[in-house]
Design a protein around this ligand. Structure first.
Ligand code: NAD
Length: 339
């Protein structure tokens, strides 16, 4: 029997998670929730996803727009084993009572505080911690990127000290009212919230993060300096370690991928749905070892990087896969992240 999955909130993250669920052999997408009868609501219908109305949305507004709806959030929860909450920051927490009343397991996103769930989650780092849990929180996009990289570096070389500067995209492409349009904005918080968030997974990770916002919608970029405990033999050794780990894309020098625009062009060229890049992106030329000091850049596609993690969290919580490797293999094949 496939696990029945509901998606509450059908925006940037929700529509990608819904599409990803629909592609998994062991899951059934039982419906998605919209608040307004927008083009997103029509998209759900076009894709054959049962559509439900939530938040302050009104059934009659959908019906008068000619959009067929199957009921309300509560009706959908009655048909689901698990719900992926993809509502805006802090709205997820308001849904907890609803999920508990319907006795469904729930996955929250990184815009919620960690205590919304029993555990924060990353597939490579702590799959087993989500086994059997009722409420799990998938890390935010930047923290997912950091924790994936930490899973490689901690395990293989040990981390003595990690300083990261996060160059953050100002907005997602559809967020036309956000900025800045022409500024570089330091975030006056030391460390930025990303370091403590990474430590919800690896409490002993000696990481410090700072953040800057820049006028782009095309991915975040992390500038990392890591002092390793057991220095690798060469830079090539580190390149291989990243390449051999699922969900890492390491571009070669000859690829001439100069920055984030070419990364997303690469994704589009390869037919990735929505032009998404769900892997951490590194460059051979952007990885440099000097003694025990490792420097590397990594780019993170904010709109899609957390999608595979949401899928693996469903498997961990419901017992669909025995371990991380088994789940990642199925997820990544279904999403075209491996052949
Ligand atoms: P979004 O605004 O694109 O989508 C949220 C959707 O939820 C919208 O369609 C909105 O209409 C709908 N919604 C609002 N209230 C609702 C309610 N009560 N019930 C049902 N639906 C409701 O937001 P997003 O970017 O998809 O973010 C969702 C979550 O994912 C947040 O926690 C965010 O921090 C996290 N996240 C976002 C990104 C990113 O870069 N976009 C990356 C990683 C994680």
């Amino acid at each position: 029997m496939p696990v029945r999955v509901a998606v509450n909130g059908f925006g940037t993250i929700g529509k990608r998670v819904a599409d990803a669920v629909a592609k998994q052999p062991d899951m059934q997408l039982v419906g998605v929730v919209k608040t307004q009868p927008t083009f997103g609501a029509r998209l759900a219908i076009e894709r054959g996803y049962p559509l439900y109305v939530g938040g302050d949305g009104r059934l009659d507004a959908f019906r008068s727009a000619g959009i067929a709806v199957a009921g309300t959030t509560e009706d959908l929860l009655g048909k689901a084993d698990i719900v992926v909450d993809a509502t805006p920051d802090r709205v997820g927490r308001e849904q907890v009572g609803k999920y508990d009343a319907a006795h469904v397991r729930a996955i929250f996103q990184g815009g919620e505080k960690p205590d919304v769930a029993e555990v924060s989650f990353n597939s490579l780092a702590n799959f087993d911690a989500a086994t059997g849990k009722q409420r799990v929180r998938v890390l935010s996009c930047n923290t997912t990127g950091i924790v994936r990289a930490a899973s490689v570096l901690r395990g293989k070389y040990g981390v003595e000290r990690w300083d990261a500067t996060l160059i953050r995209r100002a907005a997602d492409p559809t967020e036309v009212h956000k900025g800045p349009v022409n500024a570089i904005l330091p975030t006056f918080q030391f460390p930025s919230h990303h370091a403590p968030d990474a430590q919800t997974i690896f409490p002993d990770l000696p990481i410090s993060t700072t953040a800057v916002v820049v006028p782009t919608t095309l991915m975040h970029l992390h500038v990392n300096h890591v002092r390793l405990r057991r220095p690798p033999a060469s830079t090539a050794d580190v390149v291989t370690a990243f390449r051999e780990t699922p969900r890492f894309q390491v571009f070669r020098s000859a690829d001439h991928v100069e920055g984030t625009p070419q990364v997303l062009e690469f994704a589009r060229d390869h037919g990735a749905a929505r032009g998404d890049m769900m892997k951490n992106v590194l460059w051979e030329d952007g990885i440099h070892l000097s003694g025990a000091d490792l420097f590397f850049f990594q780019a993170i596609h904010q709109e899609s990087i957390v999608v595979p993690e949401n899928i693996d969290a469903i498997r961990a919580m419901t017992g669909l896969a025995p371990n991380a490797g088994a789940s990642i293999a199925v997820t990544d094949l279904a999403l075209g992240l491996r052949s």
